[in-house]
Design a protein around this ligand. Structure first.
Ligand SMILES: *[C@@H]1O[C@H](CO)[C@@H](O)[C@H](O)[C@H]1NC(C)=O
Length: 523
C-alpha cells in the first residue's frame, strides 16, 4: 500500500508539471487495472521489462520498483539513442507475424537547458530488432515514427503492424523472429542539435496478437552450434599510410582493431585445411563495427548469412575480416570514418599489414584466386579503386554495395584500359554491384557503370542487383552482401560464359520494399 501511495504521489506531482494537452495517461491506472507493476504484455502474460543493455544507447537507465524504465537519450546527428528491450525475459524471440499492433505508454520530458530553441516537440521511432540484430543501431527495422505535441507529457499510442511487416523482416533476416524492440529518440527529423537530451520513462507495452495467431516460437534456423562460425576480435600492427615512410614517428605506428569470422569447423591446428580470405569494408562516417559483426549475442546479420550459406553448401567456406578502411591514425577506435586521405591510402595497409597478418595467424589459402574485397559505399569505392585498380595481382573477387569509383562512362573506359594494361593476362573471377533506385548518391551514376562492367571481358562472372526503392542504407548493403557471398570464390571458366549479353534481370520480388520516411545518410 505504501508503495502505491508513493507511486500515486509521484504521479500527481509529475502530472501537475505537464501541459494540459496531456489527457491520455491516467495517474490511477495501476490501481484501476488491479496491476501492481509496469511492463510488457504478450497475449495473456505480463512481465517486467528486460533491458537489452548491449543493444541500448542511453544514460541514466533506471528500472524502478514499479517496473517502469527511465533513461536519457542524447541527440547525435540523427543517431539519437534510446533503450532496447527484449520481448521476453527469457530473451527468446517472438514471431512478429503473429501480432497486429503495439500499445506504448511513456512519459517524456526535454532536459532543462538541453533542448535547442529550433527543435520541435520530441519525436520517437519504434524500432524492431530481428533475431540477428545487435541492438538499436544494428540490423533493425523501423515500424513507425511518431511525434508528441508538447515538450513534456505522457504519450499513449497504438501503432499498427502492417500486414507486410513480417515479410519485410523475413526479407532482411530470413525469419520473422523478433528479439525485441527499441524506442529511439528521433532527433533527425525534429530539428534537434547534437547534445539535446530527452528523458523517457517507459511504462507499459502491449503486443496485440492477431485473431487466432499461432504460438510464438523461439528463433531456430535449424543449425546446431557446430554448424556456426565464430567471431573474434583482433588487433594487427599497422601504420599511418598518409605519412611518408621516412617521416614516421611512434605516433604513426599502432595496432588496429578488426573483427574476424572463422567458418564452422575451422581448426587452427589443421594446417592442411585452408580457406580463402574475404576483406569487408565499411562506408564513410563509419568504422569496422558498422557491419554489426560481433562476438556478442548471435553475432549480427552477416554472420547469420555466412553460417546458413556455408551450412547449406551454397556459399564457399571462407575467413572474413571486417576491417577499418581508414589507413591513418584517424582510424579510431570507434572512428567516424571521415579521413578521406586515410581511405585513399588503404593499399599499403592491405598489402603490407592486413593480408600478411591474416596469413600468419590463420589457415589461409595462397594465391589471388583466394582473396576477395568488398564494401559498402566508400568501402565499395575502395574495393574498385584500390582492390581492382591496384591489387589485381593479389585478388580477383570484388563487390560494391552502393559504392563504385566512377560514374562517367569515358573515365570508366580509361580505368578499365589501365587495369588491362597494368595486369596483363589476369582476369577478374567475380564482380558484383548493387544499388538502390532511390539512392541519391548512386541512381544516376550506377546504371552506366553496371553496363560497363557487364560488358567487360575481363570479368568471368558478373552479377548485379537493382534494389527497387532502396536508399543509401543497410537493407541494400545486407542484401548485397548476401548476394555476393553466393558467388565469391567460385571460379567460373571463361568458356562457360554466355557469349551474348544477358537480358537485364527483372528485380527480384523479394526486394520490393517500400521504405517510408527513410533517412538518406551519406556514407
Ligand atoms: C549438427 O548438425 C549436423 C547436420 O545436421 C550434423 O551432421 C552434426 O552431427 C550435428 N552436430 C551436433 C554436435 O549435434
Amino acid at each position: 500500500m505504501f508503495n502505491f501511495l508513493k507511486k500515486h504521489f509521484c504521479w500527481s506531482l509529475a502530472l501537475s508539471a505537464v501541459t494540459l494537452s496531456v489527457t491520455s495517461c491516467s495517474p490511477l491506472k495501476l490501481e484501476t487495472r488491479g496491476e501492481d507493476f509496469y511492463g510488457i504484455t504478450l497475449r495473456d502474460t505480463k512481465e517486467k521489462f528486460t533491458i537489452f543493455t548491449d543493444g541500448s544507447d542511453a544514460t541514466d537507465v533506471v528500472q524502478a520498483e514499479d517496473g517502469s524504465i527511465s533513461w536519457i537519450a542524447t541527440s547525435k546527428g540523427g543517431a539519437g539513442g534510446g533503450v532496447s528491450l527484449y520481448a521476453r525475459s527469457t530473451k527468446e524471440e517472438i514471431n512478429i507475424g503473429n501480432y497486429e499492433s503495439v500499445d506504448l505508454e511513456l512519459d517524456y520530458s526535454t532536459v532543462e537547458g538541453k533542448w535547442s530553441a529550433e527543435a520541435q516537440t520530441p519525436g520517437f521511432v519504434l524500432r524492431f530488432l530481428p533475431w540477428d540484430s545487435t541492438g538499436i543501431f544494428g540490423g533493425y527495422e523501423d515500424l513507425e515514427y511518431f511525434e508528441t505535441d508538447s515538450m513534456n507529457g505522457c504519450l499513449k499510442i497504438n501503432l499498427k503492424i502492417p500486414s507486410d511487416f513480417s515479410d519485410k523482416i523475413i526479407q532482411s533476416s530470413d525469419y520473422d523472429s523478433i528479439l525485441g524492440f527499441a524506442i529511439k529518440f528521433n532527433d533527425y527529423l525534429r530539428g534537434n542539435e547534437n547534445g539535446d537530451q530527452l528523458k523517457v520513462t517507459l511504462k507499459d507495452v502491449t503486443f496485440h496478437p492477431k485473431e487466432g495467431a499461432a504460438e510464438d516460437k523461439a528463433f531456430d534456423d535449424g543449425l546446431n552450434d557446430s554448424q556456426r562460425g565464430t567471431v573474434l576480435e583482433v588487433n594487427y600492427p599497422t601504420r599511418d599510410y598518409t605519412v611518408e615512410e621516412s617521416a614516421l614517428t611512434d605516433e604513426d605506428k599502432y595496432e588496429k582493431h578488426a573483427w574476424v569470422y572463422l567458418p564452422a569447423g575451422y581448426d587452427a591446428d589443421d594446417k592442411d585445411t585452408t580457406y580463402p580470405l574475404f576483406i569487408l569494408l565499411h562506408g564513410g562516417g563509419q568504422n569496422e563495427n558498422s557491419w554489426g559483426l560481433t562476438n556478442k549475442g548471435r553475432g549480427g546479420k552477416i554472420k547469420g548469412f555466412m553460417d546458413r550459406g556455408m551450412a547449406s553448401g551454397n556459399v564457399e567456406k571462407f575467413i572474413l575480416i571486417a576491417a577499418n578502411g581508414v589507413a591513418s591514425k584517424n582510424w579510431g577506435p570507434n572512428g567516424a570514418g571521415g579521413d578521406f586521405d586515410g581511405f585513399n591510402a588503404f593499399e599499403g595497409e592491405l598489402r603490407n599489414d592486413i593480408i600478411p597478418y591474416m596469413k600468419a595467424h590463420y589457415n589461409i589459402k595462397e594465391g589471388r584466386d583466394n582473396i576477395a574485397m568488398a564494401g559498402l559505399s566508400m568501402g565499395g569505392i575502395q574495393s574498385f579503386d584500390i582492390g581492382l585498380g591496384k591489387c589485381l595481382d593479389i585478388m580477383s573477387h570484388f563487390g560494391g554495395f552502393s559504392g563504385a569509383h566512377l560514374g562517367d562512362p569515358e573515365e570508366q573506359k580509361v580505368f578499365q584500359a589501365k587495369v588491362e594494361k597494368d595486369f596483363e593476362g589476369l582476369t577478374i573471377h567475380n564482380l558484383y554491384i548493387t544499388y538502390g533506385t532511390e539512392d541519391v548518391l548512386a541512381k544516376e551514376t550506377f546504371p552506366p557503370l553496371v553496363e560497363a562492367y557487364r560488358d567487360w571481358d575481363l570479368i568471368e562472372n558478373f552479377n548485379e542487383y537493382t534494389f527497387i526503392d532502396g536508399t543509401h542504407d543497410f537493407p541494400v548493403w545486407y542484401n548485397g552482401f548476401n548476394d555476393f557471398i553466393q558467388m565469391v570464390f567460385k571460379i567460373k571458366k571463361a568458356e562457360e560464359q554466355p557469349s551474348i549479353k544477358p537480358e537485364p534481370e527483372t528485380p527480384k520480388q523479394k526486394c520490393r520494399i517500400v521504405q517510408k520516411k527513410k533517412v538518406v545518410k551519406i556514407n
